[in-house]
Design a protein around this ligand. Structure first.
Ligand SMILES: NC(=O)c1ccc[n+]([C@@H]2O[C@H](COP(=O)([O-])OP(=O)(O)OC[C@H]3O[C@@H](n4cnc5c(N)ncnc54)[C@H](O)[C@@H]3O)[C@@H](O)[C@H]2O)c1
Length: 183
């Protein structure tokens, strides 16, 4: 039986950024569920929350999570994110960051409605023409990592049009002083 509990699914919740999100959600009293394959995450961070170890593109696992929990939002922090490695192993990046995310989106849409928060990156902009980079700066990624993120951003817009999937994309970077939100 599905728990009617307004749970947030945090994918990649044992990684660098996802684990901070898990901490914030826990402190604010929000029910959450973590899905992580521990490829770059930390098992010890799973102790304090409801979780499953597995891949985000595993449809049987996703069906189980969505059938057993009333997931109201999915926060997606699970990706490979090393620029250099993405150049030497682009297929690894396209499979993990795109193929797996497509499976997730399809299962979300089948089990929805749910909101989607996507951890994108400032790498979607490529070489900035000016800094600080404004939000509507042209997107021309210069490496496979940035391309995989931009591809999912485009797909999300199309999923909103076609299926009403509501989402936001967070394009953060290691140089926050270079980013300025368009008012
Ligand atoms: N750290 C940064 O400076 C930065 C900047 C911009 C964008 N981002 C983006 O933010 C997100 C989180 O980055 P991070 O630095 O915390 O990375 P991280 O490697 O620390 O965390 C990623 C987490 O996702 C998990 N994971 C990866 N692929 C998975 C899969 N297929 N199924 C299930 N779990 C999987 C890993 O085990 C890990 O716990 C990524 O999408 C990254 O592209 C990070």
């Amino acid at each position: 039986m599905k728990e009617r509990n307004g749970t947030v699914l945090v994918i990649g919740g044992t990684g660098y950024i996802g684990s901070h999100m898990v901490k914030l959600l826990t402190e604010s009293g929000r029910k959450l569920f973590v899905l992580d394959d521990l490829s770059t995450g930390h098992r010890s961070l799973l102790n304090s929350c409801k979780h499953i170890v597995g891949k985000l593109g595993d449809r049987e696992l996703l069906k189980h999570i969505f059938n057993e929990n009333e997931i109201i939002a999915v926060m997606h922090f699970a990706a490979y994110s090393l620029v250099g490695e993405s150049v030497s192993s682009p297929l690894k990046y396209y499979i993990n960051n795109i193929t797996e995310t497509i499976a997730l989106l399809e299962e979300m849409i089948n089990h929805g409605p749910m909101k989607f928060i996507f951890s994108s990156t400032a790498a979607v902009y490529g070489e900035p023409k000016q800094t600080p980079i404004v939000e509507n700066h042209p997107c021309r990624p210069t490496n496979p990592y940035g391309s995989t993120k931009l591809c999912i951003e485009k797909l999300l817009r199309q999923c909103d049009q076609a299926y009403g999937l509501k989402f936001i994309c967070l394009r953060y970077s290691m140089q926050p002083e270079q980013i300025r939100l368009q008012r």
